[in-house]
Design a protein around this ligand. Sequence first.
Ligand SMILES: [Mn+2]
Length: 426
Amino acid sequence: MNIQSKIQEHNLKRRDGHRFQLQYAAELLIRKNIDFQDVVNKIKKFQIAIPSWALGTGGTRFGRFPAGGEPRSLEEKIEDVGLLNALNRSSDSISLHIPWDVPRDVPALKQLLVAHSLSIDSVNSNTFQDQPGQPLSYKFGSLCHTDAAVRQQAIEHNIECIRHGKALDAKVLTVWLADGSNFPGQQHFRKAWQNTADALAHIYKAMPDDWRMLVEYKPYEPNFYSMVIPDWGTSYTLCQTIGKNAQVLVDLGHHLPNTNIEQIVARLMHFGRLGGFHFNGSMYSDDDLTTGSIKPYQLFLIFNELVDAMTDPTVNNPSPAWMIDASHNTKDPLEDLLQSVQNILATYAKALLVDRAALAAAQLSNDVVAAEELLRDVFAIDTRVLVAEAARQLDGAIDPIGVFREAKVRETLIKNRGAKGVATGL
Ligand SMILES: [Mn+2]
């Protein structure tokens, strides 16, 4: 299938409707003294990594209903992300999970990445499962384990991840630990923290100087009494202990209900330690739904803080790594990812439209209503046309899901790969 000709054909069909909406948006921005093309250029630059594990159908512990045509190898995962990127021009990299995505033929993979204009963004270690043939079990933890031999095995696994990542020119190691306890008294909290800090420091030393280690937190699950890294504060203290290239990773689903995530984001950027972001949507906690599907206003408030810090020259925070971390058990995984990216970019675009000088003035004079109205006004603007225009200018699709369906992508994938395939690692 030649997706590029399908995109052109489709854009031509939608040209008039797109121009009509674009004209209105451009006029609106002129009235707000905002340079339209400047906003579009910023959207074009905002690239969101796709995780290899989100390309297949996810399951719950009750069941799994495959979409069919799922990628059976790392090569096929690269092809799927290449397709997404051709459609939306905003997903130019992939996050790998080791050992699910251990690269076999590195030169061939590199060629395939170049052919699809993709790169490897990060490698994610996995010490939350036992792998076949693994000598020691992670049942009672990995980097925090009471037994030094288990900790050593987990350290070596992370170093192996760095090795695979180096071979494919990645620059980020993401560490999420399932370590914790299920019952009171089970774990010595202070010793568990110290073991984890010492082990992370070991792994950090094995990392090249231009790499970053992202330390993810999560309040509960799979352990339900305590997690060793339950919150951003614990991640932050670990990162401070390890070194400047260790930074906190915020996963939107890794918070207790009603947590003020936008404030966490602001704090971390103020301290220069927001290293990365895992986008997803949630109703309760780690639901891994489509980004922006349940609480779009919260996503906007988060982006408002991100943009505020990113445009403030006094903030010294490295450019965060943007990634999706979601799972889809009812939607077509590729359509879900296209929706997620569109929601992320449209929300980012809204945050770019906030009048920061007026907001600062309203805050300074404690004009609560004026400050809130500045945000509400921008939130109500439909910015999807700006996202579509950014994609169009880069030869992507005005309506990526529309092309995906018109080109019968899923049907073709099922024909080529089979209906029952299960994406590796899932
Ligand atoms: Mn995550």
